[in-house]
Design a binder for this molecule. Structure first.
Ligand code: ADP
Ligand code: RBF
Ligand code: MG
Length: 178
């Protein structure tokens, strides 16, 4: 298993991109909507950022900076060839925001990805997948909520990356053409 120190190596990690349609697997139905990043943002991840669950800060367009949890993982539905970055923002927006600019700063690592699907397929009960997944994600959200209250993490909330006039606005994983 990936050690916490190894996973922390590439952090903090800043990135930005447009919110795109995800796999439509119904994160929203589970009560945990996840804003998906486009492929170029996912492909721009450096090697040090391993798959797993992270927490940090997120900002939509010119809105305030919120807490977030992010799942970085390989998707079994795409035969594990498609990596995704899904951000759940700890705020009730009450509306969709596809097409908005999402800026994130990953500040901490929580745990590796767990293969709930394989588990569910093995024992042929689908609801176990969602039950276990939901309670695990809720636990991740609590962890993020607590960790982000610490002074060390709040520093990144106020980082210039999130300021409206930031030059870093244009940086998309080193690709300045966007
Ligand atoms: P998709 O499969 O298209 O990603 P989801 O069921 O994961 O669909 O829902 C994600 C969408 O829900 C986001 O793209 C966004 O427009 C909306 N949304 C509303 N509130 C939130 C939130 N707090 N965090 C993330 N996404 C949210
Ligand atoms: N999917 C997994 O298969 N294993 C995980 O360990 C996992 N952890 C997640 C943690 C968080 C905080 C979030 C937001 C998503 C996670 N997911 C995980 C992705 C989840 O499977 C996906 O959003 C749902 O499949 C949508 O229905
Ligand atoms: Mg999603």
């Amino acid at each position: 298993m990936l050690g916490r120190n190894v996973a922390m190596k590439g952090l903090p990690y800043f990135t930005v991109g447009k919110v795109v349609k995800g796999f439509g697997r119904g994160s929203k139905d589970l009560g945990i909507p996840t804003a998906n990043f486009p492929d170029e943002v996912v492909n721009g991840l450096p090697e040090e950022i391993h798959t797993g669950v992270y927490y940090g800060w997120a900002k939509l367009d010119n809105g305030p900076v919120h807490k977030m949890v992010m799942s970085i993982g390989w998707n079994p539905y795409f035969r594990n060839v498609k990596k995704s970055m899904e951000t759940h923002i700890l705020n009730d927006f009450g509306t969709d925001f596809y097409g908005s600019q999402l800026k994130v700063c990953l500040t901490g690592y929580i745990r590796p990805e767990m293969d709930f699907r394989t588990l569910a397929i093995d024992i042929e009960v689908d609801f176990i997948f969602t039950d276990d997944l939901i309670s695990t994600i809720k636990h991740d959200i609590d962890t993020a909520d607590r960790q982000l209250e610490t002074a060390a993490m709040k520093i990144f909330k106020d980082h210039s990356f999130f300021q409206p006039e930031s030059k870093e606005d244009k940086i998309v994983n080193g690709d300045t053409s966007h």
